[in-house]
Design a protein around this ligand. Structure first.
Ligand code: SF4
Ligand code: SF4
Length: 386
């Protein structure tokens, strides 16, 4: 594959491009031309050498193929999904969409979780093959180990060997890790390991450990790894009732001010959100109001993943994961995704009901209240949720 996938050439070749563009609103269509002229590009680390726009698409919650089409025809090259998203429907949707597209006209990243066990490699490969069947592709560009928060998971031999074999066999072009908790240590471990090509990390203006995270990202970029940012919108809302929206333009621009963030994958689900992200990426210069917003905003639904609450909790509940589920449920309005996270925690019997909660959250969350709210999801059958 050429390191620089040239969509302009692709669009010239594609007889259907015009018809597809007709489905997108005028604003998105207008930006398709702007983007090809001005969209900043960066190299996804020396190890991949891939040049791509600073804006990519997090497909996680998207269920409207027309939005994927609009993103594709706007010049976005990289599309990010995972084995677990929407119980596999997310990968299936991308498989259908890309079935008639030239394989070199897009970059596809997916993620598979590892579960340490005697048959960890077999289980991991089983899930990978399921993903490939859904995606209907001969290879994926990037395969991430999904949602790591421990150094040992980065270096877990059976799964690492399985990934390297997939890479050697050409089923996977590059391997990486994704992390939204304990990110600095996970990123450093991926750099030290020497086998990984890309990291996908949570990165946003609300994180309380940027003094550790920024140097870790710098070291990864210097070592030649590609760095992709997720959770750039910090949950999308400042409150549970979604009355105060995060300034998503400011949030995305903030993340992309760091030249070592090679691309970001905001999870747009509508034409409006796509248009707003395109607008922000086309002009990364912050307005006065955006700068002011960033200097004043200090709370959102985003848990910083510092884990300082876990040792304070008398029941040692996995609070950061619960807060992530809370953000998915109330910020993203995606209860099915939130339930996936809650179900993986196997909370049965571990009830948050102490007479007095002593947990103090660095982000100012009322932790017990949020834990109690979100754990109700464990009793809701998945089939009731969208
Ligand atoms: S009330 Fe909940 S969050 Fe607080 S200490 Fe008890 S179990 Fe932990
Ligand atoms: S809930 Fe608060 S203390 Fe716990 S990890 Fe998140 S930000 Fe840190």
């Amino acid at each position: 594959m050429s390191n620089h996938v040239n969509r302009r050439n692709f669009l010239k070749l594609s007889a259907t491009a015009g018809a597809v563009l007709a489905l997108a609103p005028a604003g998105v269509q207008a930006r398709e031309n702007d983007m090809k002229k001005k969209m900043p590009e960066r190299t996804l680390g020396k190890r991949t050498g891939i040049k791509l726009p600073v804006l990519s698409m997090g497909v996680m919650r998207a269920d409207n193929q027309s939005v994927v089409k609009a993103a594709y025809n706007s010049g976005i090259l990289m599309f990010d999904t995972a084995n677990g998203y929407q119980n596999g429907k997310n990968e299936e949707m991308l498989g259908e969409f890309f079935a008639d597209k030239p394989r070199e006209s897009f970059i596809l990243a997916t993620k598979v979780k590892e579960n340490p066990a005697d048959d960890a490699a077999e289980k991991f490969l089983e899930k990978f093959e399921t993903s490939m069947k859904r995606l209907k592709m001969p290879y994926v560009d990037i395969l991430y180990l999904h949602a790591l928060d421990k150094v040992d998971s980065v270096n877990y031999p059976p799964v690492l060997e399985a990934m390297l074999k997939l890479k050697k066999d050409g089923r996977v072009k590059y391997i990486g890790v994704s992390t939204h908790s304990n990110e600095p240590a996970v990123i450093q471990a991926a750099v030290d390991n020497g086998n990984y090509d890309v990291i996908l990390t949570a990165y946003n203006y609300t994180q309380g450990h940027l003094d550790e995270l920024n140097p870790a990202i710098d070291r990864a970029a210097k070592a030649g790894l590609g760095v992709v940012a997720m959770k750039t919108m910090a949950g999308g809302y400042l409150d549970k009732d979604r009355t105060q929206k995060v300034n998503t333009r400011a949030a995305l621009k903030w993340a992309l001010q760091n030249p070592n963030i090679h691309t970001a994958i905001p999870g747009f689900t509508s034409f409006n959100q796509l248009e707003e992200s395109l607008d922000s990426a086309l002009n990364l210069k912050m307005t006065k109001d955006e700068k002011k917003y960033l200097s004043m905003a200090d709370h959102s639904l985003y848990c910083r993943g510092c884990r300082s609450c876990e040792t304070q909790c008398s029941k040692h509940l996995p609070i950061p994961e619960m807060m992530r589920a809370y953000m998915y449920n109330y910020g993203y309005k995606s209860p099915a995704l939130a339930k996936e996270v809650i179900d993986e925690l196997s909370l049965a019997g571990n009830v948050c009901d102490c007479a007095a909660c002593k947990v103090k959250c660095v982000a100012g969350f009322q932790v017990a209240q949020k834990v109690q709210d979100i754990t109700r999801l464990q009793y809701v059958p998945q089939e009731f949720l969208v």
